[in-house]
Design a protein around this ligand. Structure first.
Ligand SMILES: Nc1ncnc2c1ncn2[C@@H]1O[C@H](COP(=O)(O)OP(=O)(O)OP(=O)(O)O)[C@@H](O)[C@H]1O
Ligand SMILES: [Mg+2]
Length: 262
């Protein structure tokens, strides 16, 4: 198969989702090539998190198709998505505060060994593998035995991303990974996104920090009221245009829905 006919890593077509009277998604189309970083932007309530959850299996859509590497898939839960190597890092990170760094990285898949026929946790192996895993991603955390509740926001974010990456995803979705971080921590997460995409993982980055788009994304998709209203390659757009696409839609939408009275 040559490069031209190669299917995108992810193709979502006509994705719709309704919650009662709220039409969260009204026909979303998204494509992400292998190893690309797609920035998904839009106003509050535009549907970014919902579309991310559909792709990660956490929300089942009412309509639409998902293809991974050209094959139609349907996910009835996050375990299905994981089987198809789609991982998502949620904004609340879903870390277990009372476990240490290594415990979080291996939660549910801890290395075991046998002592007198009994299966016991192989702590030595777990910490060694955790250190390797972090090192491989360029994440600097001095001690894998520290409970994650004591880590900084950026370190916690890095652990959540490292855990997702450890499932060897083809697609990694991150919902607002830099929203709560200090400047240096943002840089570290952006660098981590670059590292992960350089390994061939397709990344979908949901963010309100528009300046980040221009640091790591190849392309962007702008959502408005449950639809994507613009797709751009990053080299063919500007911060001003992205702002216009997000805010301009709102303005046009308002004037369209509520004509001014004279
Ligand atoms: N479980 C739910 N029940 C009811 N309505 C929901 C649910 N999840 C999302 N919605 C609604 O769907 C719409 C899209 O929400 P979504 O969270 O996807 O937006 P978003 O683009 O991620 O916004 P933000 O930038 O504020 O995170 C909103 O109107 C939201 O209130
Ligand atoms: Mg959201």
């Amino acid at each position: 198969m040559n490069a031209i006919s190669m299917p995108p890593r992810v193709r979502m077509t006509g994705i719709a989702k309704r919650y009662g009277a709220v039409r969260s998604l009204r026909g979303v189309d998204l494509e992400v090539p292998p190893g690309a970083v797609l920035g998904l932007v839009g106003d509050n309530g535009a549907g970014k998190s919902t579309v991310s959850k559909v792709l990660s299996g956490a929300v089942v859509p009412d309509a639409g198709d998902i293809e991974i590497d050209g094959r139609r898939v349907s996910f009835s839960g996050p375990a299905d998505a994981r089987r198809h190597r789609v991982e998502m890092v949620y904004q609340d990170l879903s870390l277990c505060d009372t476990l240490d760094v290594a415990g979080n990285l291996f939660l549910g898949r801890e290395p075991m060994r046998r002592i007198c026929g009994l299966r016991v946790l192989d702590l030595g192996a777990m910490h060694a593998q955790a250190r390797d895993m972090l090192k491989g991603l360029g994440i600097r955390i001095p001690d894998t035995r520290v409970n994650v509740e004591h880590l900084s926001g950026g370190q916690r974010q890095a652990i959540a991303i490292a855990r997702a990456v450890s499932f060897d995803p083809k697609v990694l979705i991150m919902d607002e990974p830099t929203a709560a971080l200090a400047v240096a921590e943002v840089e570290a997460v952006l660098e981590l996104i670059r590292t992960v995409s350089a390994k061939g993982v397709s990344v979908i980055l949901v963010t309100h920090r528009l300046q980040d788009l221009f640091r790591v994304c190849d392309r962007i998709s702008v959502m408005y009221e449950g639809r994507n209203v613009a797709n751009r390659l990053i080299g063919e757009t500007s911060l001003e245009e992205v702002v216009d696409l997000i805010v301009g839609q709102r303005f046009n939408g308002r004037t369209a829905h509520q004509p001014m009275e004279n």
